[in-house]
Design a protein around this ligand. Structure first.
Ligand SMILES: *[C@@H]1O[C@H](CO)[C@@H](O)[C@H](O)[C@H]1NC(C)=O
Ligand SMILES: *[C@@H]1O[C@H](CO)[C@@H](O)[C@H](O)[C@H]1NC(C)=O
Ligand SMILES: *[C@@H]1O[C@H](CO)[C@@H](O)[C@H](O)[C@H]1NC(C)=O
Ligand SMILES: *[C@@H]1O[C@H](CO)[C@@H](O)[C@H](O)[C@H]1NC(C)=O
Ligand SMILES: *[C@@H]1O[C@H](CO)[C@@H](O)[C@H](O)[C@H]1NC(C)=O
Length: 378
């Protein structure tokens, strides 16, 4: 209990200091204040010190939660979660040079890349605090090579979703665009840049993006045509953060226009009263709601808008999305958050029965608050 009070006090002091320094405007400070309360509750409610995992979580969503704690510490400047990474299941694997990543990843080429992103963010945090992040960087490089080997010519190119080689889908390839372009920015290694260019060339002509500008889930394997499956929110922003990173590497502004096509289509098609709404946020007649994977998608959209904007050096492009990020802060705080600072999965309206409570849903809300804190209307 005393520890919790200390956490919260340090947060308020950090936010007040930032306000006084003129670094963070009032509304953004509120978003970061809420983000810290939600992050503290995520750790208290779900994080399991003995397993280093989130109770009721999954490998890939745990990777996102760890990434977010470090993203938050980088944005606020505090160190509330400085010892989580090294004691987490994923962190311990990253610190062990003998980890068998092929075995741990179990053939999943999308999960692999969420882990790369988490390891990079942890390393960035450690580097920013003058600590050694090199083990995280070298594990990320090993995982990247495993994923890169999963590219082949079926349907003209692309990385397989899993080592079963039964599906080529949007998220795995959007992630490969991002990990390749961002990997190049980190290393200057041309192999990464070649992979990023190769991926965008293939992805942009794969047919997975429909006429509305939204990416569907993936390709029909026999015909190599768009399979018409769900246009999940996260698919529309991971591509944008990949394009933002490729823009930073090439300075080709058409890539930013392409990113805006996806972000704008999300805002016009996947929202209700200005707030993101996943198709599964609507309870269906048979009671079906979002599953654990789907409960984190909207937050990933907001996080990858942040990552996209991190690479955009044009203020007029950045401010286009400020108000929208601010609306997500309102939706999460007013509709989804409970008095204990857990966040439910439905943001667009007060809970009518479809809201799910899980580490994924709390992490999703946390991501919305961090991006509003960084790029919302301050
Ligand atoms: C959380 O956000 C709400 C709405 O903007 C704001 O009124 C409140 O002060 C924020 N909480 C914190 C701790 O900053
Ligand atoms: C941590 O996880 C283990 C294994 O799933 C479980 O037995 C234990 O109850 C959990 N601890 C807490 C505090 O939730
Ligand atoms: C560049 O990256 C590729 C892919 O990870 C790796 O195989 C290669 O060894 C790297 N080259 C150098 C010079 O580091
Ligand atoms: C810039 O990106 C656009 C959009 O993908 C592409 O069509 C164009 O060929 C690229 N230009 C150069 C010089 O690579
Ligand atoms: C996206 O929407 C913004 C305004 O909301 C607009 O300025 C921009 O031109 C749009 N981008 C594209 C590529 O349509």
């Amino acid at each position: 209990m005393a520890l919790i009070k200390l956490f919260r006090l340090s947060t308020f002091l950090a936010v007040i200091a930032a306000l006084h320094a003129g670094v963070v405007g009032r509304q953004c400070a509120r978003a970061l204040g809420n983000a810290t309360l939600v992050a503290n509750q995520l750790q208290l409610h779900y994080y399991n010190d003995s397993t280093g995992q989130y109770n009721n979580g999954e490998l890939w969503t745990d990777a996102n939660s760890l990434e977010d704690l470090h993203n938050l510490m980088l944005v606020t400047g505090n160190d509330d979660y400085h010892n989580v990474a090294d004691s987490s299941y994923i962190g311990k694997a990253a610190l062990d040079p003998y980890t068998d990543w092929t075995k741990l990843l179990d053939g999943s080429n999308d999960d692999a890349q969420w882990i790369i992103l988490a390891l990079w963010k942890i390393a960035d945090y450690k580097t920013a605090r003058d600590r050694d992040g090199s083990a995280y960087i070298s594990s990320a490089a090993k995982i990247y090579d495993i994923v890169a080997s999963q590219w082949d010519d079926t349907c003209g190119g692309g990385v397989w979703w899993s080592t079963d080689h039964t599906y080529k889908n949007a998220i795995t390839n959007e992630l490969f665009l991002l990990t390749s372009a961002a990997g190049y920015l980190r290393t200057n290694n041309e192999t990464y840049l070649e992979n990023a260019e190769k991926e965008w060339t293939w992805l942009s002509s794969s047919g997975m993006r429909g006429s509305s500008g939204l990416f569907n889930d993936g390709l029909e394997l026999e015909s190599c045509q768009n399979n018409g499956q769900t246009t999940w929110t996260y698919n529309q922003a991971v591509v944008a953060s990949g394009l933002g990173a490729l823009y930073a590497a090439t300075r080709n502004t058409s890539l930013l226009d392409q990113a805006e096509v996806s972000l704008n289509a999300t805002i016009s098609s996947l929202t209700y009263n200005g707030i993101l709404r996943e198709s599964c946020d609507l309870v269906t007649s048979d009671g079906t709601t979002c599953d654990h994977d789907q409960q984190i998608f909207k937050g990933i959209w907001t996080k990858h808008v942040q990552y996209y904007l991190d690479n955009v050096d044009d203020t007029s492009r950045i401010t286009k999305y400020s108000d929208f990020l601010g609306y997500q802060h309102s939706g999460v705080v007013n509709y989804a958050m409970n008095p204990a600072y857990d966040v439910g999965s439905v943001w667009y309206a007060t809970n009518k029965g479809g809201s799910q409570w899980s580490p994924e849903a709390s992490t999703s809300g946390l991501e919305a608050l961090i991006s509003a804190g960084k790029y919302g209307p301050c």
